[in-house]
Ligand binder design. Structure first.
Ligand SMILES: Cc1ncc(COP(=O)(O)O)c(C=O)c1O
Length: 446
């Protein structure tokens, strides 16, 4: 890409440091500027249109350019553009959204706490667990078990929960209170001769051993995505979540479901916890909650989590935690309307109905010589390519680039390519998306 002097690309490269980007490459090549979006499509500033096969960052459930969300945001901005939720203040959108989320919860939940990103929600969750353990007179109960390849964000605490090297390297993470258990990716981590059932039993045994080694009284919680996203779209084997929950129950360890990607329909049910048979104590939500039209996130906790925390706020005199934007009225109003759209248009049903086609097309791609395996559930999936010699992480970006040239945006995750289209996608559009990948993969030569 040649950057024209004074172009928006040049100005961006000159002044804007980007997330998940090689800063030197950006300086030399400039960014791709996306100008507008409509349905499952986005258009760049040269007028080229792409299918957004990743819903942005796994998030734009209702598609781009949804007027109802723009209108609600505009109306709320005019009525009450901002108010906080500190010191016993509230407003109608955040009260209504909290009530709505509790009604939607797949297991009995007690309270919702609002934040502005998935990372903030997970960071808050860690603090809530620590606060609760202190409230219970168990100051040693502070460790949290996460998993290798899990993704939970990038703040100091949530970045520690994340089990991916890039999020730790040169950041001095993880913090010592976080440990990582095994990843439930069968084909990658099973030992020779191990069946799926053996693999699941071993992961549960290793978790039990880890808890025993650390001391059961030192572990406050276990966090996991029902289906791992950024770690490579990893659908756990049958029986995995039951086996994990059996171990956690034995030691009275809270279970936190990170629903930031799975929540609100992605797996073909409203929550990934339902698809995977998880009964969480805490659920963390973002992305499809507002379709990312506005930064917004929430966590929801059950009564056994909430009650000791509430007691501690009474003992201290306040809950010494809160963000200026917690429960922002515009974010809450947009989220409420977004949930209404998801329900009215039965987008969860759409994901469930189109899932067989989506998975069948992924399966067909997996027959290609360059492909190693496919993984998927609902409307989220990945195609993993064979690594090219020792060069891990070359094949995925090569396929993504070939798809970009043909008008489809996907995301490379090492040697895998992730698919996570908006939940409004139609049957024809699913076929169009995979036709492009079919064509693109045929042009790759390593
Ligand atoms: C499962 C999961 N949890 C947490 C996060 C962090 O969310 P955010 O990027 O909004 O901080 C992400 C982001 O991709 C995620 O996929």
């Amino acid at each position: 890409m040649t950057v024209q002097p004074n172009s928006i690309e040049a100005r961006d490269a000159a002044y804007h440091m980007h997330s998940y980007t090689n800063a030197r490459t950006l300086e030399a090549e400039g960014p791709l500027i996306i100008e507008e979006g409509d349905g499952i499509y986005v258009t760049d500033n040269s007028g080229k249109r792409y299918i957004e096969g990743m819903s942005g960052l796994w998030s734009v459930a209702v598609g781009f350019g949804e007027d109802r969300l723009a209108k609600v945001a505009n109306d709320q901005m005019r009525k009450l553009p901002y108010y906080h939720t500190f010191a016993q203040r509230s407003h109608t959108p955040s009260a209504e959204l909290a009530e709505k989320l509790i009604q939607m919860a797949p297991v009995p939940m007690s309270k919702v706490y609002f934040t502005n990103s998935g990372s903030e929600a997970n960071d808050t969750m860690v603090k809530l667990l620590w606060y609760r353990s202190n409230a219970l007179g168990k100051p040693e109960k502070k460790k949290i078990i996460s998993r290798i390849k899990g993704y939970h964000g990038i703040t100091v605490a949530s970045g520690s929960l994340t089990g991916l090297p890039y999020n730790h390297m040169s950041f001095d993470l993880p913090i010592p209170q976080v440990m990582h258990a095994g990843c439930p990716h069968y084909s990658a981590f099973a030992r020779d001769g191990e069946t799926e059932a053996d693999f699941v039993a071993r992961l549960a045994r290793e978790l039990d051993d880890l808890i025993q080694t650390e001391g059961p009284d030192t572990i406050a919680g276990f966090i996991g995505e029902p289906v791992m996203g950024a770690g490579g779209v990893i659908v756990p084997p049958e029986g995995y979540w039951k086996a994990i929950q059996d171990v956690l129950k034995k030691y009275d360890i809270l279970l936190i479901a990170d629903e930031v990607i799975c929540g609100f329909g992605r797996t073909g049910q409203m929550f990934g916890s339902q698809t995977m048979g998880i009964e969480p104590d805490i659920m963390v939500m973002s992305k499809q909650l507002s379709s990312s039209y506005i930064p917004f996130s929430a966590l929801m906790m059950n009564d056994r989590t909430y009650q000791p925390i509430a007691d501690e706020t009474a003992r201290i005199g306040t809950f010494g935690h809160g963000f200026t934007g917690s429960g922002h009225p515009v974010g809450a109003a947009v989220s409420l309307e977004n949930l209404k759209i998801i329900e009215e248009r039965d987008l969860v049903g759409n994901a469930a109905r189109l899932s067989p086609l989506f998975l069948e097309r992924l399966n067909r791609l997996a027959e290609h010589d360059l492909a190693k395996e496919m993984r998927g559930i609902g409307l989220i999936g990945a195609l993993e390519l064979h690594p090219q010699g020792d060069a891990v992480g070359v094949a995925g970006p090569a396929l993504v680039n070939a798809c970009m040239e043909r008008g489809l945006i996907l995301r490379p995750l090492g040697d895998s390519v992730a698919f996570c289209p908006p939940l409004i996608i139609t049957e024809d559009q699913v076929n169009q998306m995979f036709d492009i990948v079919d064509d693109a993969i045929g042009t790759l030569s390593f």
